[in-house]
Write a protein that binds this ligand. Structure first.
Ligand code: ADP
Ligand code: MG
Length: 571
């Protein structure tokens, strides 16, 4: 090949075979770039022992070999779809090829595992120059001695086989690839039509909303009832590849989802919440799309809150505590949800989702009898029922609420959707008639307006311990550790991949080095414009294989949960 810095692959094979029986650390010598007949293999990092984090390799395959049709790799959305498809194909082929080749992680070949969402990831990218894929491999050992012949087979036979079966256009199922691209393009088209149609979400007829389990995001297979939109109120949107699509369009304003327990309310809301992402073919939610700035709120007692002005919803706290500059290391259900609401609005959310299952009841409702018993002066909380309309009229922020337990909301809702045996019905008129016949006789609380929204100025905490840069650790979607700091992620429900969390953590570490304060919005804008330039590598000291794209809302949510966040008072 053209590049003289690269060593011929036969040299690598020879070198590996000669290492047979050597001490594991001698593997370090194979770091470098190797020219194979069809691709370049870069060994970027060599693990210290067979049980440690596996070694990292990169493969670059030029388009002259990969041969993807050129009209497919000129458009960013299309490239994302192809890259996502190839990532899944690499994962499938790697699983078949990988074999136990000794102790510890010996013989493993892995690519970062994607969720059901089609996302831009650092593990694989395709452009006009070619395909680059990043993998981890377990360099083989017997005990702690090098298994050189097995290593030669892994890098010089398995890897070329992986390339041949997963990265060349001729080797992959072009119909499946095309379906992947079309699915993504259709979803994008649907989401792009929401605003002009006054909608904040769209759920196509026949979508499959339920998931296999609380810990398995794949579609429910047995007895899943396909989604049926309200027959009286069908919305039609256009797609480039599937023509006109019918479904339930959720309009801007205040929407209630009601219905008996276990009739699918939370499942519908969860699908709406996940409609910020595009989903793979077969997921069931390919044509469930939501306004891209939608944020799910919930009560999250125990979380930390830093300097949030929650006064629009909570005021006159006991002991004279400030609600304009509310900080706590241990929020209650209602204060955590109030802070989450204000923080979401601060980060630019135009749609909020709340499920009664995970909401603080006292933040949501305060009925006539309670108003009679506990005077307004004794209750710091203005219930959301008195704020939800103002949020829309003052700030254009829509809310979708699952509310099976309180009909008080009928008065303030624009639209009411009932679920009956998983089937959706439009019941706004009935709900309004009931509200007129049986007024709930509450006194509206909290004034005519939502209240002031303040912008915080903040400084990211320093995570470094001594001279060492902080380490990022995240296994699942429950916790993130940056250096010594642990961040609880369980309240951030719209994260779908641990690799999004890792990317957020690296973004925070990169910006923390600036060591200065920023208005939060500017900080979010800065980081997002960086991410939108698709420059993951600039976030980390070396090219990483396990980063996935994220939204400003999840970035803000992580920053807001840093326990040592410093809020700078207005100057
Ligand atoms: P609710 O919030 O109304 O109490 P959920 O949304 O939690 O109800 O749903 C109750 C159960 O029904 C869950 O186990 C869910 O997976 C299942 N489910 C929801 N929608 C469907 C559907 N369309 N087909 C089959 N099962 C469903
Ligand atoms: Mg529920």
């Amino acid at each position: 090949m053209e590049n003289t810095d690269k060593t011929a692959w036969e040299t690598l094979r020879h070198q590996l075979r000669n290492l047979e029986g050597g001490s594991y650390r001698e593997y370090k010598g194979i770091k470098g770039d190797y020219a194979f007949p069809d691709f370049t293999l870069s060994v970027d990092y060599v693990q210290g022992d067979p049980f440690a984090a596996p070694s990292r390799i990169r493969i670059h395959l030029p388009q002259s070999v990969a041969q993807f049709p050129s009209q497919w790799i000129t458009d960013y959305v299309c490239q994302c779809a192809i890259a996502d498809y190839l990532t899944r194909q690499v994962a499938r082929v790697a699983k078949k090829l990988a074999q136990k080749r000794g102790s510890g992680k010996s013989g493993k070949i892995e690519i970062a595992v994607p969720s059901q969402a089609i996302l831009r990831r650092s593990a694989l990218w395709i452009d006009k120059s070619g395909v680059e894929v990043r993998l981890t491999v377990g360099l083989p050992a017997f005990g702690r001695r090098i298994a050189g012949k097995a290593a030669a087979a892994l890098l010089c036979e398995d890897i070329p086989a992986l390339v041949a079966h997963s990265l060349r256009y001729e080797a992959i199922d072009s119909d499946a690839l095309e379906q992947h691209v079309h699915t993504l393009e259709d979803a994008e088209a649907l989401r792009n039509q929401l605003e002009e149609n006054g909608l904040i979400a769209f759920i196509a007829a026949n979508a499959c909303l339920p998931r296999r389990s609380g810990v398995d995001e794949r579609p429910l297979e047995t007895n899943a009832a396909a989604f049926i939109p309200p027959s009286q109120d069908i919305t039609e949107l256009e797609t480039p590849h599937s023509g006109r699509v019918e479904g339930l369009g959720i309009r801007a304003g205040v929407t209630l989802i009601v219905g008996g327990g276990y009739h699918g309310k939370s499942t519908l809301l969860r699908a709406i919440e996940q409609g910020i992402y595009n989903h793979v073919p077969g997921d069931g939610r390919q044509q469930v799309v939501t306004n891209a700035t939608t944020v799910k709120l919930r009560a999250e007692d125990g979380r930390s809150v830093s300097g949030v002005d929650i006064s629009p919803v909570i005021n006159h706290l006991p002991q004279g505590r400030s609600s304009q500059n509310f900080s706590t290391a241990n929020a209650s259900g209602s204060t955590s949800q109030a802070a989450g609401l204000i923080e979401a609005v601060e980060a630019g959310a135009k749609v909020l989702l709340i499920d009664e299952d995970t909401a603080a009841t006292n933040l949501m409702i305060r009925d006539r009898n309670m108003q009679a018993l506990i005077a307004k002066e004794k209750e710091p909380i203005t219930p959301f029922i008195d704020k939800v309309r103002q949020l829309y009229s003052d700030h254009g922020i829509s809310t979708v609420l699952v509310m099976g337990g309180s009909g008080d909301y009928f008065e303030v809702a624009d639209h009411v959707i009932a679920l009956d045996n998983y089937i959706a019905h439009a019941v706004t008129a009935q709900a309004k008639a009931i509200a007129a016949d049986y007024p709930c006789d509450r006194n509206a609380e909290g004034g005519q307006h939502f209240g002031t929204l303040t912008q915080r100025h903040l400084q990211l905490p320093s995570f470094d311990t001594g001279r060492k840069p902080a380490k990022v650790k995240t296994q699942s979607l429950t916790t993130l550790a940056i250096g010594q700091a642990d961040i609880d992620l369980r309240g951030i429900e719209q994260l779908v991949e641990a690799n999004q969390v890792r990317a957020i953590a690296h973004a925070i570490l990169t910006w923390q080095q600036q060591n200065r304060s920023h208005p939060l919005q500017n900080l979010l804008d800065d980081i997002m414009s960086w991410i939108n330039r698709r420059d993951f590598d600039a976030l980390t000291p070396y090219p990483m294989a396990d980063l996935s794209e994220f939204r400003r809302h999840e970035l803000a949510a992580v920053i807001n949960r840093l326990r040592s966040l410093r809020i700078i008072a207005d100057k």
